[in-house]
Design a protein around this ligand. Structure first.
Ligand SMILES: [Zn+2]
Length: 252
């Protein structure tokens, strides 16, 4: 059990949220009970996740995708009202960490995904403010692109969408979870053999072909499951909380 404010202050500092120029507020987005014992984690603060948290008797929810995105309708109406009403009625706090949770050197989505894939992480690229969001590194041994596709499939339990652009084996790769296909050209300029992200765009195909780099879209949800799990487990240990991660279905 710990005080909500203590957990929020600690996490904000741990993830260095002030360093980021983000598309949403990071930290406590919806305030609930003063004390937290049971924490539920998920990728997105969807209505399903809120209902799951209410059923589980949670005091707080930790997510990567929260609310109040830049450019969206600011009013609390419609689906957004429904979600926020449920949270407030149940006294459940919502903690959301977006770019700070992609980029963190230990609990970040990208570092966690790199470890799962067995890549030796060498550095970062893809600047957002003062911080590199994407990672690059290399496999201990070069592998055929088909084998990398199989590895992504087995690690993420989801078949990736693969665009072939590089000739030969894959050894040095870049990756950035979520909708980071826009970093493909930068990845190619670093001389990487392949780049992995969650989503794909129409123009991604042509960039991969012309820049001579393989591209894998491995799922926005699938690639972003791991930061919240790592951070939630750390907070549970640090504050003596109960934590469970809910991997609610999302095929995108
Ligand atoms: Zn995302």
């Amino acid at each position: 059990m710990a005080r909500l404010n203590t957990i929020v202050d600690y996490t904000n500092e741990l993830l260095d949220i002030g360093q980021f120029k983000d598309y949403c507020p990071n930290g406590l987005q919806i305030q609930g009970k003063t004390e937290v014992q049971r924490l539920i984690g998920g990728v997105t603060a969807s209505r399903d996740l809120i209902d799951t948290a209410v059923e589980a008797g949670a005091d707080a929810i930790l997510v990567h995708h929260g609310y109040f995105w830049k450019g969206e309708q600011a009013c609390i109406t419609g689906l957004k009202y429904e979600r926020i009403r449920r949270l407030i009625e149940a006294g459940i706090s919502l903690l959301a960490y977006h770019l700070p949770l992609d980029a963190h050197a230990e609990y970040g989505n990208n570092v966690q995904l790199g470890r799962l894939l067995g890549v030796e992480i060498e550095g970062g690229f893809g600047r957002q403010g003062n911080i590199d969001i994407a990672c690059y590194g290399q496999f201990p041994q070069a592998l055929p692109a088909s084998e990398l596709a199989e590895r992504l499939h087995s690690v993420l339990a989801r078949e990736p969408f693969h665009i072939h652009g590089h000739d030969g084996m894959i050894q040095r790769i870049g990756w950035c979870t979520g909708a980071a296909q826009g970093y493909l050209e930068e990845a190619a300029a670093l001389g990487l053999d392949a780049f992995i992200s969650g989503e794909v765009s129409e123009h991604t195909y042509h960039v991969a072909q012309e820049a001579g780099i393989d591209f894998f879209a491995a799922g926005h949800h699938a690639t972003e499951r791991y930061g919240v799990q790592a951070l939630g487990a750390h907070l549970a240990e640090h504050f003596g909380l109960e934590f469970s991660f809910k991997d609610l279905y999302n095929p995108v």
